[in-house]
Design a binder for this molecule. Structure first.
Ligand SMILES: CSC[C@@H](O)[C@@H](O)C(=O)COP(=O)(O)O
Length: 355
């Protein structure tokens, strides 16, 4: 069965599934320019580290396709850089947009220096580069799925089928398709190795109960929803074999920022002797920062904690703290970091940076 598709792009037309309306309705909305993408990302109509970068970059491709070729390549590249700089400001924690912007700016510099390329050809090259992100991300996720499923199966060789716990949403809705952590779970399921996946609700924004549960039901995988506060009990009761989560930014030493609640799962996994894996493409690894202390953590509105829809569920007047992400120290990532290039111990990532 085809997996869900949250980003549709054809011939310069971009549409995204409005994730704020899930699981009630599946409605696609058009993204006509970079400003539309910025707003959709900020409002979390599209979310998940890879999907944010892809939608941002494709929105620039949409604009470039409509743009009459500027007079000079310098002018073209200035336009591209300004748009990318703006997109990077949409959400702070995920690094994918920043890394995609840096790669595109480097391409612009190469095209500017290349005297055999005129402005029209340079524009076409930049569009092609941006548009390739969609297919590249799916290919990366399929590879992550294969590497991860193989590693987990090997480390649990005595077991016929596995019980996995996951957090937040890392599936087709958070990526161009297939997913990262959920992609590994999909691959285990395809290999008939999945007994049950337990997905956490992921308070306060409920990406687990709204989005991951939606994907799991859609694809008829054996799945059970648990509240975040049930994770320790679930690990013990169901004898979970591995926890697999995604990442918004992995630092050079392997410290990993992911959805709030990930860190406590890693601590619990250690106490229960459960393998803890991070699944993320190299486009989520920030080699420019040495460790997790330098990762900016997004603060989210308090209303996400105090209200369910428009109904207040917390005492009026209470002070709140609502960080969107936390950082899991590398030493708690006992299973490894599953990437499109293989599964690595957190301190083994660096040599594979540009292979
Ligand atoms: C494959 S995406 C990994 C992460 O981006 C995901 O787990 C997550 O934390 C998403 O956060 P969100 O705030 O919904 O954008």
């Amino acid at each position: 069965m085809a997996t869900l598709q949250a980003i549709k792009y054809n011939d310069g037309q971009l549409e995204i599934l409005d994730q704020l309306l899930l699981p009630e309705s599946c409605i696609f909305i058009p993204i006509c320019n970079v400003e539309d993408a910025w707003a959709a990302i900020r409002e979390m109509k599209v979310r998940g580290a890879p999907a944010i970068a892809i939608v941002g970059c494709l929105s620039l491709a949409v604009e470039l396709r409509k743009l009459a070729a500027p007079e000079t390549k310098e002018e073209l590249c200035r336009f591209v850089k300004e748009k990318l700089d703006y997109l990077v400001t949409s959400r702070p924690t995920a690094v994918n947009t920043q890394l995609a912007a840096e790669a595109c700016v480097k391409l612009c510099a190469r095209l500017t220096d290349n005297t055999s390329v005129d402005t029209t050809a340079a524009k076409e090259d930049i569009i092609k580069h941006l548009e390739a992100m969609l297919a590249d991300d799916v290919a990366d996720n399929l590879a992550i799925g294969e590497h991860g499923a193989r590693d987990i199966t090997k480390k649990n060789a005595t077991k016929d089928k596995l019980r996995i716990l996951t957090h937040c949403n890392t599936g087709s809705l958070a990526t161009a398709g297939y997913g990262t952590a959920l992609g590994v779970i999909r691959s285990l399921h395809k290999a008939n190795k999945l007994d049950q996946v337990y997905c956490t609700e992921t308070r306060p924004y409920n990406q687990g109960s709204r989005l991951t549960a939606f994907e799991l039901v859609y694809e008829k995988m054996p799945a059970t929803l648990v509240c975040d506060s049930m994770a320790a009990a679930a690990m013990k009761q169901f004898k979970i074999d591995a926890v697999i989560v995604g990442a918004d930014r992995v630092a050079a030493n392997g410290d990993t920022a992911n959805k709030i609640g990930t860190y406590q799962l890693a601590v619990l996994a250690k106490s229960h002797d459960v393998l803890f894996y991070v699944a993320a493409p190299f486009s989520s690894i920030d080699f420019q920062i040495p460790n997790g202390q330098s990762i900016p953590i997004e603060e989210r509105p308090h209303s996400e904690m105090t209200h369910t829809g428009s109904i207040r569920t917390a005492a009026a007047g209470i002070n709140c703290w609502n960080p969107g992400f936390d950082v899991t120290p590398a030493e708690l990532i006992t299973g490894g970091i599953i990437t499109e290039k293989g599964v690595f111990k957190p301190d083994q990532l660096a040599p594979h940076q540009s292979n």
